[in-house]
Design a protein around this ligand. Sequence first.
Ligand code: NOJ
Length: 574
Amino acid sequence: MKKIILSILSLGLVISQFCNGQQLIKNENLDKKWWKEAIVYQIYPRSFKDNDGDGIGDLKGIISKLDYIKSLGVDVIWLNPIYGSPNDDNGYDVSDYKGIMKDFGTMDDFDALLKGLHDRGIKLVMDLVVNHSSDEHEWFRQSRSSRNSPYRNYYHWWNAEQGKPPYRYSLFDVNHDAWRYDSLTNAYYLHYFSRKQPDLNWENPKLRQEVYDIMKFWANKGIDGFRLDAFQFAAKDTTFPGFPKGFEKNFNLYYGVQGNLHGYLQEMNKEVLSKYNVMSVAEGAGNTNEDAHNMVDADRHELNMAYAFEAVDIAKKEGYSLIHLKEVFSKWDSTFSEKGWLSIFLANHDQARLVSRFGNDAQEFRESSSKMLTTFIMTMRGTPYYYNGDELGMTNAGFTKIEDYNDVATLNEYQHLKSIGGDLNKFLNQIQFSCRDNGRTPFQWNDKENAGFTTGKPWLQVNKNYKTINEEAQEKDANSVLNYFRKIVKFRKDNPLLTYGKYTLLDKNNPDAYSFTREMDGKKFLILLNFSAKLTTTNTGINFKNTTLLLGNLKKPSVDGTLKPYEAVIYQVN
Ligand code: NOJ
């Protein structure tokens, strides 16, 4: 009987696939998955909430805010690295992959945090930093101790008697040199990031097994996913050919998605990811949308989703073009429209603040532009990743002195410029807009000392505007940026078409407005966003008589396509 039912079912499937004589291609993106429907909230643990008064955020601090996190309506927390680390790059230099950073607490705290999240129906995604480790990791200590160490091949070494190794650019090194000479064994080791972040050798099967073992350790604890940090750089051509002059201007082309990267990802999927109900996301995902797609095409059995980076990079400088931003987001959406999945984000701990980069942090527009940008993130196809503090519309820090900064990339670049007689004032001006520390200042909980973040001295200065921009004040205001965030999160959860529905860009040459539709199963939403401080009209070709207003960020939402500065509005098209 069971067999007969199965045959009828599969016959039905075959018929439906060949109806009208045409083979219908299945759109895999309509396959329901929890990680597609999730809204991810990123917590930068160092800056979220300090419980023990040492000025550094910690796990107990996060635990004390679990009800706040729940109140946001988000489904998943992504934590930046919380492992043992000397903190050269704030945890992205791991010295103990199975232990908790002392500043952050203990494994008991971690277990309590995981339980507290799960009790509230919230999942936890952890950062997996395995393109490199810390130079203080035991593997590296052993590796550098002798050329004959069994750990020598865990890293990339170049013996000095071969001469100087071919130039490799380093992102964080004071001299931009990714090879560091070590006299102990008369050899150079490779570090794409800082000197304290030596690159791991993925060609070594033993190293790969160590990584899978680490992943299993956390997956067995019950975590719900991994964010693969900088993993596009993990595979290298270890014959180290010379690269053309000036390659560092586009180093991704030479460093990203090389060699056997896809082989490693397939192995990782087989050994770990496929065995657990975990999601996986590629941070750096290559140079192009196609590169990124190859890492997450479900048929290839690698990862689940990739960050849409190209668009975020557009706003690295002030005065970016919205037409360009629209083009890039639309191109990426189209690459991922049937297979593979994107994570949608505009800000994180590596960027300046959302509202200061893409919106307008002047008093008049801070609230409206924050809400507009949140509307964008919550209405695109893909899984939204939202960075802590943006739900309050926190702004750039505006530090003026190099002593105020902490970020290793910024401090080392400053030293580099100083050593070559570069323009330090120009650099200070630039970083005021773009430095990662802008997004890392302590979370603003209230208007008390240190914004309620710590009773000690904060590791990074609190933004001076905490008296007016803080969580406590926004709780009391029904129209606050925070309460708008909650509203739009719920709106997305209530409308699956915002997760799965088709995206169509409208009015593409409008320099100020981003207009698009999302549609599924005969239901269609129109989303209009004014990214400028001007009044603007968007021509979408849709007759407003046939629309119903669903949500807007201003008191009197537009009813005819004329948008006030930073207005965001969502309609149903009837
Ligand atoms: C990307 C991380 O997001 C960033 O914070 C870090 O500095 C680099 N990878 C190196 O791990």
